[in-house]
Write a protein that binds this ligand. Sequence first.
Ligand SMILES: Cc1cc2ncn([C@H]3O[C@H](COP(=O)(O)O)[C@@H](O)[C@H]3O)c2cc1C
Ligand SMILES: O=C(O)c1cccnc1
Length: 345
Amino acid sequence: MISKIEPVSEKLTEALQNKIDFKTKPLGALGLLETVALQIGKIQNTTSPKITKPSIVVFTADHGIVNSKPISPYPQEVTQQMVLNFLNGGAAINVFCKQNHIHLNIVDAGVNADFEKNNNLINAKIAYGTKDFSAEKAMTNEQCKLALKKGKEIVNSLFRKGCNTIGFGEMGIGNTSSAALLMSYFTQINIKNCVGKGTGLNAKGLQQKTNILKEVFEKHKTTINSPIEALATFGGFEIAMIAGAILEAATLKMTILVDGFIVTSSLLAANAIDKNVLDYCVFCHTSGEQGHKKMLDFLNAKPLLNLGLRLGEGTGAAVAFPMVSSAINFLNEMATFKSANVSEA
Ligand SMILES: Cc1cc2ncn([C@H]3O[C@H](COP(=O)(O)O)[C@@H](O)[C@H]3O)c2cc1C
Ligand SMILES: O=C(O)c1cccnc1
């Protein structure tokens, strides 16, 4: 695949670093906020970056494996019920987006239900859930490519409406299993070290899930020859759509707010397609799902927060957003030693 994502420009790196260093504070004293300010300055290729129309898009879909194997404590219908909860404003992501003035969009990427027409729900349904990957590939390569394309189109449309900062979230009962399989494939970490408790399995349930996913991984691993085939084999529609969304956001030089375990599994696929994508990623938090820290280490990422969140929906991105705003604001608004008449070291 030809790289469409340009690496960030280094043209203003020195000017940005000087601007950061001349602010009225000890050198480096704003820690990771300085790293984020420098990164977004490079992404936007300006020493005065701005956040415009910050948005989070939650992609939702169902997983065939849920109805055949005990990999999640919750039943499949929770996915569709949560979509209605998102539309009614009652989920965690609704609360945090409202609090932080982030535009929220919900996408049906492949939920096993039909929804009444709703202006707040984008219909990008590929199918009524994926196939059961313990028996066959979760989706065809064509469905996977379609999911990537729809993810790209959704981001492109938000970009055209003025959004330059975007986070992604997901909802899909069973999707920590897909994410663990993708993690093992892309990082080469043994599947047993990728599987976690998800929505809250006990020790016995975790052992069961691990055994099931080990078998699934062994069944398919030799038939996968590309990142797209990995996504198609292990699913789900929301994860593939987020991978397409991430690739488009980076192509358009948007700042990407990376959420937790599931979204980072999409990023692993996007990174395998085009590693320049990482230049555009701000890592928002370390999820409580045990594999996430290892994913982040694989990507050399230093996330902003570690709150023990293990929810998904984009909540880590929404909660970290004010910190990203702080990074932009100190860069644009703080006085310099000279302007404020403060003595330098
Ligand atoms: C009520 C509820 C709300 C959620 N919001 C996000 N998830 C999260 O949990 C699911 C993945 O965990 P597993 O693989 O164990 O099923 C995903 O839907 C994810 O977004 C939720 C899960 C539940 C139950
Ligand atoms: O970190 C996540 O994205 C996550 C963790 C557990 C359950 N659902 C999502």
